[in-house]
Design a protein around this ligand. Structure first.
Ligand code: 5RP
Ligand code: FE2
Length: 230
């Protein structure tokens, strides 16, 4: 089965992807509806296992709970797995309704296998590199990537400051993978969004800058304008 073509197409444009990590989980569906109404088409889901990163967040049950409303709006679920040996969980997340799955290069000795498993499940495949990991870690899997994710904070928590060196790294990643969608995640706000887009990022994940704001829809619009996003 090929990767999810609708998702891969959506990920090719310059977009803001709200991360529900900073949402109010007591009214998660309503918060997702709010950003979709503001124009969001990529909803970012941060999965943490207490091993690859210290916190534990959410799993396939949350993806499944959001899938119908997100898909009905023509939007996609972009699932960022911050878990060890992610290849073991790909089938569950695909079944739950993930449209794009990102695995970390640092989380498995079987990156090629993990990416192939994601595509085999009919999902768009992406790989991430932590701030301390060179972009070259993705050089051998370029042909299997629908998207590459450059972490601009150390993964595990929302609300951290953007690591400035990520801008040059984004440009190097763009040079390494000229025709692959590039995502940036961590510390994206109205000040950093523009420079991220200028340095090659297409999908800009933003959690606290959107769901930490009084008006998430207005915050989404401000970020989209700063990034020149659709
Ligand atoms: O993957 C993540 C953390 O590991 C989150 O997606 C990211 O940090 C978003 O939150 P914020 O925009 O508040 O930095
Ligand atoms: Fe993330």
């Amino acid at each position: 089965m090929p990767a999810n073509e609708t998702a891969t197409e959506l990920l090719r444009a310059t977009r803001i992807a709200p991360s529900i990590l900073s949402a109010d989980f007591a009214r998660l569906g309503a918060q997702v509806d709010e950003v979709i109404a503001a124009g969001a088409r990529v909803i970012h889901v941060d999965v943490m296992d207490g091993h690859f990163v210290p916190p534990i967040t959410m799993g396939p049950i949350v993806v499944s709970a959001l899938a119908d409303r997100v898909h009905a709006a023509g939007a996609i679920l972009d699932v960022h797995l911050m878990i060890e040996r992610p290849e073991r969980q790909v089938a569950e997340f695909a079944k739950a309704g993930a449209d794009s799955i990102t695995v970390h290069a640092e989380a498995t000795p079987h990156l090629n296998y993990a990416l192939a498993a994601i595509r085999d499940a009919g999902v768009s495949a992406a790989a991430a590199v932590n701030p301390g990991t060179p972009v070259g870690a993705l050089a051998e899997v370029g042909a299997l990537l629908d998207m590459a994710l450059c972490m601009s904070v150390n993964p595990g928590w929302g609300g951290q400051p953007f690591i400035a060196a990520s801008l040059d790294k984004l440009a190097r990643l763009r040079g390494l993978l000229p025709s692959t969608a590039i995502e940036v995640d961590g510390g994206v706000d109205a000040k950093t969004a523009g420079p991220c887009a200028e340095h090659g990022a297409g999908v800009l994940v933003a959690g606290s800058a959107i769901f930490g704001a009084k008006d998430p829809a207005a915050a989404y619009a401000a970020l989209a304008q700063a990034a020149g996003a659709v």
